[in-house]
Design a protein around this ligand. Structure first.
Ligand code: 5GP
Length: 196
């Protein structure tokens, strides 16, 4: 659904660590009609097992990240459980100006920066909610990527995030991944058609 005469849609996907954002994102990216481009973030976090620099994240040092803050390179950035994460601005704008729809998978502080910075109505935001805290904890633990300390910090952060969803357009219950992804797909579809 690329339209060269119109700015691409900016899609924000947030939700607590372990809720399944990446799975939902992967489903959405497969929908050819959406012409969705994933905005690769910059982070100071260490890569996990299979993560690849430039695909999952741009993995940088604290110094590099700070330099990017200083030169105003971020659309938004935030600190999350001891590491910095940020969305490089230039790519997002260039892609949207070319009519591509851009997906940001970011935490809530960054999302609220984007919501106040981006003034056009070509934006839609989703907060993915776990069915329960128990389910969330199971998911984080099953991932086996974090230490006990980090797991607990991420769970606490998740609980906090789940109380601050009021600025999102939609809070989507991730009871079943297929259903949640389908719900988001339908809402994006509607938005793309409505604002055309
Ligand atoms: P993780 O370490 O699990 O990959 O990411 C931790 C959190 O940071 C997740 O909620 C993820 O969505 C968020 N995140 C990833 N990239 C960005 C970014 O560029 N900006 C912000 N604000 N959050 C991000």
């Amino acid at each position: 659904m690329k339209n060269k005469n119109e700015k691409g849609l900016l899609i924000i996907l947030s939700g607590p660590s372990g809720v399944g954002k990446e799975t939902v994102r992967t489903r959405l990216m497969k929908i050819k009609d959406f012409d969705l481009v994933y905005s690769v973030s910059m982070t100071t976090r260490e890569p996990r097992n299979k993560e690849v620099d430039g695909i999952n994240y741009y993995f940088v040092t604290q110094e590099e990240f700070k330099h990017n803050i200083e030169i105003g390179n971020f659309l938004e950035y935030a600190k999350f459980v001891g590491n910095y994460y940020g969305t490089p601005m230039d790519k997002v704008e260039a892609l949207r100006n070319e009519g591509h729809n851009v997906l940001l998978e970011i935490e809530i502080n960054g999302a609220s920066q984007v919501m106040s910075k981006v003034k056009d109505d070509r934006m839609i935001s989703f907060f993915l909610m776990p069915p329960s805290l128990k389910a969330l904890e199971e998911r984080i633990r099953n991932r086996k990527t974090e230490s006990e300390e980090v797991i607990l910090e991420r769970l606490n952060k998740g609980k906090e995030e789940m109380t601050k969803t009021q600025n999102y357009d939609y809070v989507i219950l991730n009871d079943r991944i297929n259903r949640a992804a389908e719900e988001i797909k339908d809402l994006i579809d509607k938005k793309l058609n409505i604002t055309k």
